[in-house]
Design a protein around this ligand. Structure first.
Ligand code: PEP
Ligand code: MG
Length: 765
């Protein structure tokens, strides 16, 4: 081919416009394929190949080729310095050979079909000192390439460097995302049975929340559009504004926990090293979108090196900020990755994600791990966010826009449901609306059918729960989980901050008793700012009252805030996870000490609150009388009690079938606790999920429970159930059950007598 037929100018122009081809390319590999085809055509070469270079392995990998055996893509690899291509990249210079096989550095790869192509030209793809890869052209005509060709080829390669680097980055992100979440085939998946964790229904498009989705929003065809430093700064300002708005929205709804929910992301925007890293790259000539992608990748990699849940959470924040910046820089490709109105499918979430997702107005969550009594579920209930937990990894393969119907009453998930199922869903929604009306019929006082008085109290996780508690006539707060405001902050809240929240709680339910449970962190409630080292068995670790007794200053600040807020209120304080009399006495002595200090300081406070304990550990059973002599009251936390009694992790979906409230050991133990409380004239209540579950109401009444502290939304239903139970019958039921030891027999005895009368199942199983 005469040299003048090679149209170098045209090649340079086409390459300049190549980034526009992103649009047509079906995939990233497809895009690279287009590049090699175009170069091969313009240089009239039968062979053109792109090799990408990977720093970690110091290897060049054949990624696209025109002319060589396509099977060799991904297989042909060489080290930096190896072969002519490796040498070219190592020394960062083009190499042109008239007869490649004669060069001692030439490395033959049998089977790739390059034997007849002796003319060889390779140019490295580099940006500054960064090695990206190499492009090779080959021709069977000896002595084919001219000096002019080498120059042009070099220019073409440097023009392409940016685009190819972006492609490489996106490819590696996609690979990582795929490797991180093995996605089983989604053949004909129509229905998945999971467990209901937070009641409600949703019928909406599904969105799988994985690492890759954050980058998928980046408008790929625009990723090489030249942007300026000013464009980037505008995107930063827009992102900041967006986050502040989100923050404000959530603050209006959830004043107690919202304070810092988006702070990590806002902080990233203010983080000098992160921002400088991006700006420096931009100044060095990197296009801003690519600079963002690279900086985010570097940070994520840095965070992921440290295996700790806090940092895992941080890398999500960094990715999220990257997504927002890219969206604001390039515009949203499509609304499909917006979270609003979507059903989110995720492998793993932390409790604060429930707040974030709720503030982003998702319709529901399908979670592949976790347990229905986990604290993420507890928070989802408070946020009225339907949640189903399903051990079904195939759901990760759901394509965007797939319509999903989730029934978080039953725990069922329908994929692209038929019209009949959707109709049934709407009918059930109508039923719910009717039930809403029924709830209004609740009476302020609860009694059994035979007129025995029962006290219904509310469990409060977020201040937002108070509304339902008031509306449904809760007679007080039987459990305020104080840890939630701690969970979503970036540092321990001060005594003053806690005081403000606690005061709002007390004022939110005026004149009624309020039981504060002191900080119960650890287990699945990890403080991002404190739990930097991962514990092997967090549920058996430094958690709950153990934490408070170890860090007495934190404990004392909380107790002071509680005592101050409880001034003139009907105040009760209880300690979680008490395992010994000594622990209880030590915790109580801190209450006394705080009271004395407040007294001495002349600060208004409650001088004599009832001080009780949660019964959550089987160890307590053997020392229950001694504890009853000291504690003013017991509150049975069945969620943990069952977990520890049966050694079944309450957050592990894989053993969920073994988490059995009706296990005879559990039922008999509950009776012993109530008897001990009675012997010592102490109040005893149930504040774990068993109290919300109608199947156990008769049993609990039969053993003498007269105080239930439950999710406020369940108050109407549980009241109705209680009013349908006759106490003498309930006692007979207890006698019958205590004779049984086999689980099916016990299930049968609990049977339909205690069933929910409303037609809706309780959210807790
Ligand atoms: C319990 O363990 O039953 C309980 C009420 O506490 P939590 O669910 O917060 O652990
Ligand atoms: Mg507990």
């Amino acid at each position: 081919m005469p040299l003048d037929k090679r149209d170098h100018t045209k090649l340079l122009c086409d390459i300049g416009e190549l980034s526009g081809l992103f649009e047509d390319a079906l995939s990233l590999d497809g895009f690279l394929q287009r590049i090699v085809a175009m170069i091969a055509e313009h240089l009239h070469c039968p062979v053109c190949s792109i090799y990408l270079y990977y720093d970690e392995s110091q290897e060049l990998v054949l990624t696209a080729t025109k002319g060589l055996n396509p099977d060799s893509i991904g297989r042909v690899r060489m080290k930096l310095g190896e072969g002519l291509t490796g040498l070219s990249l190592k020394e960062m210079r083009p190499i042109c050979e008239r007869q490649a096989s004669r060069n001692p550095n030439f490395k033959a790869f049998p089977g790739i079909g390059e034997e007849q192509y002796e003319s060889f030209l390779v140019a490295p793809i580099v940006r500054g000192q960064t090695r990206i890869g190499a492009i090779v052209v080959q021709n069977s005509q000896k002595n084919y390439f001219t000096e002019e060709d080498v120059k042009v080829f070099r220019a073409v390669t440097s023009q392409l460097a940016n685009t190819i680097e972006t492609t490489k980055l996106l490819m590696s992100l996609n690979e990582k995302a795929q490797a991180a979440t093995p996605k089983p085939a989604l053949k004909e998946l129509k229905f998945v049975k999971g467990r209901p964790a937070s009641e409600g229904f949703a019928f909406a498009e599904a969105l799988v929340l994985g690492g890759e989705h954050l980058f998928a929003v980046a408008n790929r065809e625009k990723i090489n559009d030249p942007c300026t430093l000013e464009d980037f700064r505008r995107a930063v300002a827009a992102t900041e504004q967006e986050l502040e708005q989100l923050q404000q929205q959530i603050e209006e709804r959830l004043s107690d926990v919202a304070s810092l929910i988006f702070s990590a992301q806002l902080l990233m925007l203010k983080d000098k090293s992160f921002m400088d890293a991006i700006e420096n790259m931009i100044r060095a000539g990197v296009n801003p979108p690519l600079a963002i992608l690279k900086a985010v990748e570097d940070y994520v990699r840095m965070f992921q090196k440290i295996s700790d849940s806090y940092l895992r959470e941080k890398s999500q924040d960094v990715r999220d900020i990257g997504r927002r910046l890219l969206e604001n820089l390039l515009g949203k490709e499509e609304a499909q990755y917006d979270l609003e109105d979507k059903i989110i499918v995720a492998e793993e979430l932390v409790p604060s994600d429930a707040l974030k997702l709720s503030s982003q107005k998702v319709k529901g969550i399908i979670l592949l791990s976790g347990g229905v009594t986990s604290h993420l579920s507890i928070l989802a209930k408070s946020l009225s966010l339907p949640l189903v937990i399903a051990d079904a990894p195939e759901l990760l393969a759901l394509k965007p826009r797939t319509m999903v119907l989730m029934d978080a009453e039953q725990g069922t998930i329908y994929i692209e449901p038929g019209a009949d199922i959707v109709k049934n869903f709407h009918e059930r929604e109508d039923l719910r609306a009717r039930l809403e009306k029924l709830k209004k019929e609740m009476t302020p006082v609860t009694s059994t059918m035979d007129g025995t008085r029962v006290t219904l109290l509310a469990n409060i996780n977020l201040l937002g729960d108070l509304k339902a508690a008031r509306e449904f006539h809760a007679e007080g707060v039987g459990l305020y989980r104080t840890e939630f405001p701690f969970l979503v902050r970036s540092d321990f809240p001060t005594e003053e901050e806690q005081y403000v929240i606690y005061r709002k709680l007390i004022e939110g339910i005026p004149g009624k008793e309020v039981t504060f449970r002191t900080l119960d962190i650890g287990g699945d409630k990890v403080l991002s700012y404190f739990h930097h080292t991962k514990e092997e068995n967090p549920f058996l670790g430094m958690r709950s009252i153990r934490f408070s007794l170890k860090y007495k200053d934190i404990f004392a600040a909380q107790l002071r805030a509680i005592l101050r807020a409880g001034h003139k209120a009907d105040l009760k304080i209880m300690f979680p996870m008490i395992s010994s009399l000594d622990e209880f006495l030590e915790a109580r002595s801190v209450v006394k000490q705080c009271r004395d200090e407040l007294q001495a300081e002349g600060i208004a406070h409650h001088a004599n609150p009832a001080v009780g304990m949660m019964v959550e550990l089987p160890a307590v059973l053997e020392i229950i009388d001694e504890l009853a002599q000291e504690a003013d009251f017991f509150s049975i936390g069945t969620n943990d009690f069952i977990q520890y009694m049966l050694a079944v992790d309450r957050t592990n979906e894989k053993v969920a079938d073994l988490y059995l409230p009706h296990h005879p050991a559990v039922l008999r133990a509950l009776k012993k606790i109530v008897e001990a409380a009675d012997r010592h004239h102490r109040e005893v209540s149930v504040c774990g999920g068993m109290g919300d579950d109608d199947r156990y109401t008769a049993y609990l009444l039969g053993i003498g429970i007269r105080r239930f502290s439950i999710d406020p939304k369940n108050l109407p239903r549980v009241q109705k159930t209680i009013s349908s139970i006759d106490l003498s019958q309930a006692r007979r039921l207890v006698a019958d059950i205590l004779k049984r030891c086999r689980l099916p027999d016990i299930s049968k005895a609990l049977g339909s007598d205690a069933r929910d009368q409303t037609g809706l199942n309780p959210p807790y199983r």
